[in-house]
Design a protein around this ligand. Structure first.
Ligand SMILES: Nc1ncnc2c1ncn2[C@@H]1O[C@H](COP(=O)(O)OP(=O)(O)OP(=O)(O)O)[C@@H](O)[C@H]1O
Ligand SMILES: [Mg+2]
Length: 287
């Protein structure tokens, strides 16, 4: 499996690039796609899912140009869009049967496949109720289930963990890790902790461009000697932020403990073990 995005650009209007000369090759495994709001994550994923076309550039799967031949990827694709809409009057079974019909999935095993997915996503108990009565997290899980219906080889989840509680996040992570053996899985998020324990590789993007794509360890390594913590007075925080890249602040007995990234730490700073979160902020803020 090889998904190649080459020099791809997307403009929704004449002035602004949503994606600018973006190139990335994705092979089997889980890719975590990180970027702040408006970075272009959904734009990229929509183009891979062939619901949107690039202004220029090529996207190919196993050397097949999917802009010219979208059916090649559609047959093996599972896609959870960020703004996934559901049919409120259908129950979970009816909804998944409906999606199956649209995807041309049928056969004797369909019913058991649907039941298995509903079990995997912890929806069996509510499966006979109309989806309109589900909580946000339950709706999100039915969206995840529909993406998995056809045993896809390319799985695209745009912000899959939005609305999931901590327990369901863990369940989702386990489900995806089990699936990823010989598939391409792309998960987008702007929350680092959602992807850092499951992603084999991480791509960080901002303002329509790719900043870095690497295994997480190598991304963290780029700042491994740059993360420090120091105690400062509350009233000094604003000026501190002007001079240093602050990752987080914690209040401790009237003082502030500040985690920051720098090449030249202040005296009394204590070096910290760098995390993917630190690296993400570093790349987003400095580029
Ligand atoms: N249909 C559209 N028409 C015009 N501009 C759009 C459209 N969709 C996205 N954009 C613009 O393209 C840029 C990238 O948006 P995109 O939705 O791809 O970002 P994102 O990384 O998915 O953000 P988020 O984290 O908020 O989901 C933004 O500036 C956005 O305003
Ligand atoms: Mg998005």
């Amino acid at each position: 499996m090889k998904l190649e995005i080459k020099n791809t650009t997307k403009k929704y209007s004449s002035k602004k690039y949503a994606l600018h000369n973006f190139s990335l090759t994705i092979e089997k495994g889980i890719l975590g796609l990180l970027g702040p709001n408006g970075a272009g994550k959904s734009t990229l994923l929509k183009m891979i899912a062939t619901v949107n076309q690039p202004t220029s550039g090529i996207i190919s799967l196993n050397k097949n140009n999917i802009i010219k031949d979208p059916n090649y990827i559609r047959k093996q694709l599972g896609y959870l869009p960020q703004d996934f809409g559901v049919y409120p009057n259908l129950n979970a079974y009816e909804f998944l049967e409906y999606i199956s019909a649209m995807k041309g999935i049928g056969g004797k095993k369909l019913k058991s496949r649907i039941s298995l997915l509903l079990e995997d996503l912890n929806l069996i108990e509510v499966a006979n109720k109309p989806i309109g009565t589900y909580s946000g997290g339950m709706k999100q899980r039915i969206g995840i289930a529909q993406a998995l219906l056809n045993n896809p080889k390319v799985l695209i989840f745009d912000e899959p963990t939005v609305g999931l509680d901590p327990e369901e996040r863990v369940r989702f992570r386990n489900l995806i890790s089990d699936l990823a053996n010989d598939c391409i899985v792309i998960l987008s998020s702007h929350i680092v902790s959602d992807i850092d324990t499951i992603a084999d590789r991480v791509a960080i993007m901002n303002k329509g461009s790719l900043i870095i794509e690497e295994v997480p360890e190598n991304i963290i390594h780029t700042i491994s000697d740059k993360v420090y913590e120091i105690n400062i007075l509350k009233e000094d925080l604003a000026s501190f932020k002007n001079s240093y890249m602050v990752v987080s602040t914690t209040r401790k007995k009237g003082k502030l403990s500040v985690r920051y990234i720098t090449n030249s730490p202040l005296q009394n700073s204590i070096q910290q073990e760098a995390s993917l979160e630190d690296a993400y902020l570093y790349f987003i803020k400095s580029k």
